[in-house]
Design a protein around this ligand. Structure first.
Ligand code: TRP
Length: 438
């Protein structure tokens, strides 16, 4: 039995490391919210519970994935268990018991043989079971699609920051210029003394613009990563020493309870970056309703929504001359190879950005430039030349579309600003009770 004890200790240690790694990933994911505010897409817990993304792994699916994986190989058993989110040892044991290793003698000897695992894992990123489940399911379905949140590992987050500074990527700088050009106007419509609640928090260049414009009573950044919150709060405290800041570490896709200190203060929600455009309409309405519930009737919401515009402006924003967006998209395949033991020939794929006029969205795909076959986590896949993996959507809204979207969730638009060319829209809306009639 000593072998089992040692193996359990080892599994526990590796699980701890896995938890640290996941924390590190959370920091990376949160970092992205500073620039584009994409945290709604990149937080696993949040995306898992989004109706728009039903294929994502719940723990039952994770269990199933474990049960049907190649559990026969003991090294893989340890690695799979160690990497999984099944930190609870009862569940781990149950997964083992389910497997072909049900007999404890077999467990003993299998685990005892698995000694090299620690050293093998020491230099490999630990796979996230939800990532594994999404990738395997996404490559198996037709059309092939992998949820966009997996873009944001450390490298992906860096590349995304680079995207926001590209000459072709008009969104970030246009939204910022609208905010500064119309700060006084926005402030007169919101009125002073509101608690500003930022969803996805701390867009470093945009938050101070709003805070200095609207003379807020308090600032509430909401983000899934506590570590990121602490950083951005420290920076803002230096810049706004008299402003009370109440960070909330949490998932803004669901109704949240605001700090008691805000009880009698009117609120202003802030959701920049056209992150709402990375959700389909039902998911976008769900999120806007959750924001309504969090902020309450009478609250206001300042939201950035990118506009429909000529394809010759849209496409380059998602397929730039320097190839940064291509690298960002292709990094997903590198990540699969790195973290899930994939053998994808990345050079046989190319980045494609398409305008889907029916859906009014930019789509990003990875297209096979020849017939390819590869494996991910030991599973074989084949993609024929010209077929794609769909990786991201960015919905665009005409001014009326954007206002309808807001009204669908109980938000009545009361102000709207754009740039000279009408590239991007900034809308101020008010949370009103939905009238029963007429
Ligand atoms: N919401 C922004 C947009 O749709 C940022 C973004 C999310 C993005 N995913 C992306 C930009 C992928 C480029 C590529 O543009």
């Amino acid at each position: 039995m000593a072998a089992v004890g040692d193996a359990r200790t080892r599994r526990a240690t590796v699980r701890e490391d896995a938890a640290k790694e996941r924390d590190a990933n959370a920091v990376t994911r949160a970092a992205i919210t500073r620039h584009g505010g994409t945290s709604a897409l990149v937080n696993p817990a949040r995306v898992d519970s989004t109706p728009a993304d039903p294929a994502l792994a719940g723990s039952a699916q994770v269990d199933a994935a474990l049960a049907d994986s190649a559990l026969a190989d003991s090294a893989q058993v340890d690695a799979t268990l160690a990497a999984s989110a099944l930190a609870d040892s009862a569940q781990v044991d149950a997964a083992l018991a389910d497997s072909a290793l049900a007999d404890s003698a077999q467990v003993d000897s299998a685990l005892a043989d698995a000694v090299p695992v620690d050293s093998a894992l020491a230099h490999l990123p630990l796979p996230d079971p939800a990532f594994r489940a999404d990738v395997l399911a996404g490559l198996s379905r037709r059309p092939r699609a992998i949820p966009a949140r997996w873009f944001y590992d450390r490298r992906g987050s860096e590349l995304f920051e680079d995207i926001t500074r590209l000459p072709e990527y008009y969104l970030t700088r246009t939204e910022r210029s609208i905010l500064s050009a119309h700060a006084a106007d926005i402030a007169s419509l919101t009125g002073p003394g509101r608690a500003v609640v930022e969803f996805g928090s701390g867009s470093s260049a945009k938050t101070p613009l709003v805070l200095s414009a609207v003379a807020p009573s308090a600032y509430v950044p909401i983000d899934i990563s506590g570590e990121f919150l602490r950083d951005s709060v420290a920076a803002l405290e230096r810049q706004f020493p008299k402003l009370p800041i109440h960070p909330i570490e949490g998932d803004f896709m669901h109704r949240l309870v605001l700090p008691a200190a805000l009880a009698n203060q009117p609120r202003l929600g802030f959701f920049p970056g056209s992150t709402i455009g990375n959700m389909n309409a039902p998911a976008a309405v769900d999120l806007l309703r959750a924001m309504w519930e969090t902020l309450g009737e009478g609250s206001k919401l300042l939201i950035g929504i990118d506009r429909i515009k000529p394809v010759n402006v849209l496409i380059p924003a998602y397929d730039d001359a320097q190839g940064v967006t291509a690298e960002f998209n292709l990094n997903l395949l590198h990540r699969i190879n790195r973290e899930l033991g994939g053998t994808i020939p990345v050079s046989a794929f190319r980045h494609v950005a398409r305008w889907n006029d029916t859906e009014a969205r930019i789509e990003m795909h990875l297209e096979a430039t020849r017939d390819v076959s590869f494996s991910v986590d030991g599973r074989p896949f084949a993609i024929s030349k010209g077929k794609t993996i769909h990786t991201e959507n960015s919905y665009k809204y005409g001014p009326r579309d954007a206002r309808l979207l807001l009204r669908s969730a109980g938000w009545t638009p009361i102000g709207e600003w754009t740039d000279r060319e009408g590239l991007f829209g900034l809308i101020l809306a008010e949370a009103r009770a939905i009238p029963a009639a007429p």
